[in-house]
Structures are given as C-alpha cells and as structure tokens.
Design a protein around this ligand. Sequence first.
Ligand code: NAD
Length: 490
Amino acid sequence: MKSYSLLIDGAPVTAQASFESEDPFQGKPWALIPRATAQHVDAAVEAAYRALHQGPWSGFNATQRGALLRRLGDLLAEHSETLASTEVRDNGKLLSDMRKQLSYEPQVFYYYAGLADKIEGSLLPSDKADILNFTRHEPVGVVAIITAWNAPINLLAKKLAPALAAGCTVVVKPSEHASASTLELATLIEKAGFPNGVVNVVTGFGDEVGSPLVSHSKVSKVAFTGSENTGKRVYELAARSLKKVTLELGGKSPNIVFPDANLENAANGVVAGVFAASGQTCIAGARLLVHRSILEEFSERVKSVAAGVRMGNPMDLDTELGPIANRQQFEKIRQYLDIARSDGAELLLGGKRAERPECGDGLFIEPTIYARGDNQMRIAREEIFGPVLVIIPFDDDEQAIAIANDSPYGLAAGVWTNDMRRMVHMSGKLQVGTVWINTYRAVSFMSPFGGYKASGIGRENGREAIYAYLQTKSVWLSTATNVPNPFIMR
Ligand code: NAD
C-alpha cells in the first residue's frame, strides 16, 4: 500500500500510527495515511508561527510571494495527471472531471499571485492639523485550513492561495476520508521553494487533529469547509479565543423550472446539477421545484435523462456517475433512502444500491428521484450529499420563492426561464449566495462564492477573499513640532 508523511517545518514527518484509505471503486484499502496527534499539531503551528514572525518569509515582499505562488501553480499543472489519478483512487472522483478541474486549479494560484502586490493601503483625509493617517493591510496570522473530502485540492487552493498572497502562514488539515492528494500537493509546496514552516500539513481525525488545531492559541484564523454540524463546533471552539473564521458549509439548493424555459436544457441542467460527482457537492441542486402545469412532462424528461447516465469505473473517460467516495457516506445515503421510504415518498427512479455489472463491488447508488414531494419532508430539508433528487410542485412565482427560501440553507439556486423580468425578480428574492439562470454549477476563482443562512460565513474566490486573510491597521503620524495638550483628545 502507498504510504505518506506529514509536512511540518519543511520536512516530511512520519507519524507513529496511520489509518487506511479505501478505494471506493475497488472497495479495498489502497493507502496508509499518517494519524497525527495534538503534538504534531503543536509542532506544525509553532513552525508556522516562527515562519511568520522570525523566518525569511516575514521578509518576502509581495512580488516575491507572488512569484512563489506562480511557481506552485506551474508545478500543479506539471503534476496534474498524478494528482488526478490519486483523487480517483482515493476518492472515487471521475478521471475526466479531475483532469478538467486540475487544468483549472493552477489559475487560482496565478490569480492570487497577481493580487499579492495589489494589496494597497490608503492615505486618508485628515481633519487634524499636522497629522498623516494611513492604513496598512497586514497578514492576519497563522491560518488553520480545514477541508472536506469532496474536492480536496479545489477547497484547499481557494484558501491557500489568498492566505499566502496575503503573507500568512498555514497549517492544513484535509479530511480523513481523502487526504492523499493534499499530502502530494505538500511535496510540490516544498519544491516551489516556500521557506520552511510557511505551509504545514497534518492529517487525521476531527477530534484528534481538527479540534487542537482550531483551539491552538497561536492560530489566528480558521478557514473551514465542511458540514453544518462540524462548522458550528469549529465556530464554538474558535470563539473561545476570538479567532476569525470563514465557514463554507452545506446546502439544499433548489433548481426552479418555469414552463417558459427551454425544457431540454433545463432537464440536462437539473440532472447535471444533482447527479454530477454523484451528488457529493455542496451546490447539488437537490430540490427540483417545477411549475404544476409541466409537472408530469418535466418529471418524465428528467427521469429519462437520469436513467441514461453511464455508471462505472471512474477511470473510464466516458463514465458519468462514479462511486460514493467513502463507506460512511454510502451508509448515510442508504439511511436517507430508508427515511424516504418510511416517510411515504413516491419513488420515480433508483432508490437503491447500484448492482450493475459495471459497478463491480464499488460503493454505487442508483440516481434516485422522488416525485410529487413536499418541502417539509426530511429528504427535502436535510443535506443528503448523494445522488438523490426530490421534485416539489409550485403554482406561481411567489410560491416558488417561498418554497425555495423555506430551508435552513442558502448556498445556491438555479432558475430556468426565458422571461427577463422573472430572472431579475427571482435573483433578487432568493436568499442564497449564488443564483444561476439557465445554467448550473458555473463557478470561478474570479467570482465570490459562499452561503447565506446556515450555508456559511464569509466569501471565498474573487478579490474580496484576500481580505479574509488580512487585517487593517490605521497609522497616525504627527509632523507637529509642538505637542498639543495631551489631555485633550485630538
Ligand atoms: P465534515 O464536517 O464531516 O468534515 C470537514 C472537516 O472537518 C474534516 O477535515 C474533518 O476531519 C474536520 N473536523 C471534524 N470534526 C472537527 C472538529 N471537532 N474540529 C475541527 N475539525 C473537525 O464534512 P465532510 O463530510 O468532510 O464534507 C461534506 C460537507 O462539506 C457537506 O456538508 C458539504 O456541503 C460541505 N461542503 C461545503 C462546501 C462549500 O463551499 N460550501 C464545499 C464542499 C463541501
């Protein structure tokens, strides 16, 4: 089995214990991941703290930081094929999808490399004689980056690149279910020439590694992607020492289809929106809201597209739906299929483990659709994170908005219509961080991404994101020759 090391203070570190990572297509363990402890976390944070305050990194100017980030982007591009196949093996991602994703990921590093030397303070107007007042944006400190398993490199890149561009140092903890690609990326960080301790990677479990990292007194900020429940726990732990946080959490996003839409495009968009990556994306369009006048016709259309989806080996380039990434998630989805059954949901497609010959012993779930659902059902309210769609009818625009917004989450929504007024109206009324109109799953490092309500706090991507890794200092500089009365506030 393949084995990996932690990265602490620029050196590979072997942990005494390790745990197995399972290949979800073969249904067998394939790699040994180091099981870090609180001592490793402490060593990693201390290294990051030293690198921030004493090491050469503190003397790097913005242009030099940008150059290193560009180099890391180049290395990522050079090693994209290896990283892609690791993600397929470790996480059941489709090779076709990973190739596309990894050809895009270097751009994230180039984008923030370009922003590094555009972090500008300002000279502010002053209402006090002989005083200059200016602002500086300084790195927020040591950043703990904690990621989910469904897109390890992507979730890491959009935190790591702005954090390093801002001049922070970091300790990364990937998910215990998919750590391999992050550990491989760690070797590229060394190759790129970042000074020791600027980036550290510790792997292991939430309570053994995640909690001590979030609680560490020398960590100033936590950038987290994961579930709502863990997000709340992380927020509580971070609050104890008043750390800054950004939280990217779950969703239960609606895809809303009106009768005036191009229904063929809408059906393809809905199917891709919920079944891509086997539904294991935070933005999965897991609730399909359909106008009652086209309910039967459109439900049949979606069913027929979904029924034709090709399942099988994630390494085959024509596979469209791969396995569920890990056994725990597989069992969770099966529990929701039981819940749907006991709640009397009307099954239109799937609803069980896929036992097709092309799926072998892999952890596959059939694309599943429930018809004529109700927004109060558990399968319509809770995030399943699997290939499960529930169809909910509506009668008019206001009811569609009310149903869409009647959710604890607010990550994204899709709207399918050709009516311009409706597009503008819906985009204003939906309580979500991203609205897609006649498309779905379009994301870019150039555009802010994040959640309303229980879907998160803060934004990633785009220019704004870099300010989550900076803090503003106001500097007052007096050129007065006579000090005025110090007992009177100036
Ligand atoms: P999770 O919450 O189980 O785990 C996320 C990370 O938190 C893992 O690295 C885990 O080890 C760590 N963790 C667990 N307990 C911890 C603790 N006490 N302290 C610190 N860290 C701890 O989530 P998951 O199952 O890995 O990922 C799926 C979830 O992520 C879904 O809810 C999905 O919607 C969400 N997600 C959100 C986005 C987004 O951008 N909004 C993107 C991808 C995934």
